[in-house]
Design a protein around this ligand. Structure first.
Ligand code: B12
Ligand code: SF4
Length: 345
């Protein structure tokens, strides 16, 4: 044994000798919020704020982040803006490209920040902003950390009627990410003292399957059955349809060529959303609101009406409120009754 109780085989290892010959490093302590903010903005975030894991508003996250990184002390909440007209376009490929590209940018920023923290001597971790998630837990909680409550607690925005976070300047044209770090930060954010949501209810009018109610109630299955048709549940239903079909002709009578091509596209590139119209039409936020204030009718004709008029298949569950709503409000949109693909829902 050597003087510090290491077996001599380890003590004499070249790595150990190299590390031991260095000047002793100061143990990293509390993180300076200004230093960290500069790192985050330089890494590509458009806004950032911090929250402690001890914040009672984030009690729901504690156990989950402790599992992901034992010893987590603080959350770093990131915002990256999306290009608005891409999200608003009735061309779904354009909007989906914007969601995917912004997801890549925010993940890249989070990765760079994690590296900077690691190099400063901290333990830090960046769960994916979107997918991949913990599918072993499906259909339960698959996300490692819920970005919305963290962003709200850190003061980056407030959830609007459509349950997305609205940033006071950028509106809802943002994606969120959350990093975990093992140290306290000198300054934590405070929740905003107002909601940027105008309660205009354009999101309610835009959703083709009635998932958003006027009082802010959210119909999870209406949204996930349509918007997530090519994600976990919808994909499972598609596979069930393959399995249930008697032969190729029967399968082709159940699933159209464009639906198969669309599923192929989602599997080959990245899964594509069918709507997200609630985000597209939201006029809230200082950088977003002007055209709406100038002329509300013109704004609705430009942004809301093309999405309402678009001829597109709507996916609904049998005998659901979404089916009744879609038939009544959007008679020009073909409706397809499907299974959610989620067992025991
Ligand atoms: C689960 C999830 C969904 C679910 C549920 C949505 C929701 N309102 O929570 C579905 C699949 C429907 C969904 C849809 C969308 N999502 Co989403 N989603 C998430 C995820 C993974 C967690 C959300 C969360 O924290 N929920 C829990 C609490 C905080 O929110 P809540 O509204 O109170 O939760 C209720 C529902 O979630 C519901 N619920 C959740 N799961 C399940 C499962 C079952 C079986 C049931 C019955 C209910 C249910 O129960 C909760 C309590 O009432 C986050 C990513 C992340 N890791 O945080 C992205 C996230 C919230 N999504 C986002 C986006 C952009 C969308 C879509 C626009 C997708 C798109 N491009 O089309 C739509 C918008 C739908 C809407 N109006 O909310 C962004 C929001 C950005 C912002 N500005 O706030 C996030 C933060 C992703 C990101 N990295 O930016 N999403
Ligand atoms: S569209 Fe209107 S009601 Fe819906 S979240 Fe935005 S501001 Fe609020």
């Amino acid at each position: 044994m050597t003087i510090d109780n290491l077996p001599s085989r380890i003590a004499n290892h070249p790595t150990v000798r190299a590390v031991r010959s260095r000047d002793p490093q100061e143990k990293p302590g509390i993180i300076d919020a200004e230093w960290l903010r500069r790192i985050c903005l330089a890494a590509g975030a458009d806004d950032v704020a911090f929250a402690t894991v001890d914040n009672p508003d984030l009690a729901s996250e504690r156990e989950h982040v402790e599992n992901a990184m034992p010893g987590t002390r603080s959350f770093i909440s990131l915002v990256v803006k999306m290009n608005r007209d891409n999200v608003r376009s009735p061309a779904r490929s354009v909007a989906n490209q914007e969601f995917h590209r912004t997801g890549e940018i925010i993940n890249e920023a989070a990765h760079r920040i994690t590296r900077a923290l690691q190099e400063a001597g901290h333990r830090a971790l960046n769960p994916s902003a979107t997918f991949p998630m913990e599918m072993d837990n499906f259909p339960g909680r698959i996300w490692v950390v819920a970005h919305k409550p963290v962003a709200v607690a850190a003061g980056l925005g407030v959830m609007g009627i459509h349950r997305n976070v609205i940033h006071p300047r950028f509106g809802n044209f943002i994606l969120l990410a959350t990093l975990l770090v093992d140290a306290p930060i000198t300054t934590y954010g405070e929740p905003l003292d107002y909601s940027p949501c105008l309660e205009c209810k354009l999101c309610v009018a835009a959703c083709p399957v009635g998932a958003i109610k006027k009082d802010g109630e959210f119909d999870f299955f209406a949204c996930s059955t349509h918007n997530y048709r090519e994600f976990m549940g919808g994909f499972t239903d598609w596979v069930q349809t393959v399995a249930d079909s008697e032969d190729a002709a029967d399968f082709r009578s159940r699933v159209s060529d464009s639906e198969n091509a669309s599923m192929w596209q989602s599997l080959s590139f990245k899964a594509n959303y069918k709507a997200a119209y609630c985000l597209a039409v939201c006029p809230a936020g200082e950088e977003v609101i002007e055209p709406y204030l100038d002329n509300r009718k013109a704004f609705m004709d430009l942004v809301l009406k093309p999405l309402q008029d678009k001829k597109e298949t709507l996916y609904v569950l049998p005998n659901s409120a979404a089916k009744e709503y879609a038939e009544r409000r959007f008679p020009h949109k073909p409706i397809k009754v499907v299974d959610s693909g989620i067992r025991g829902r």
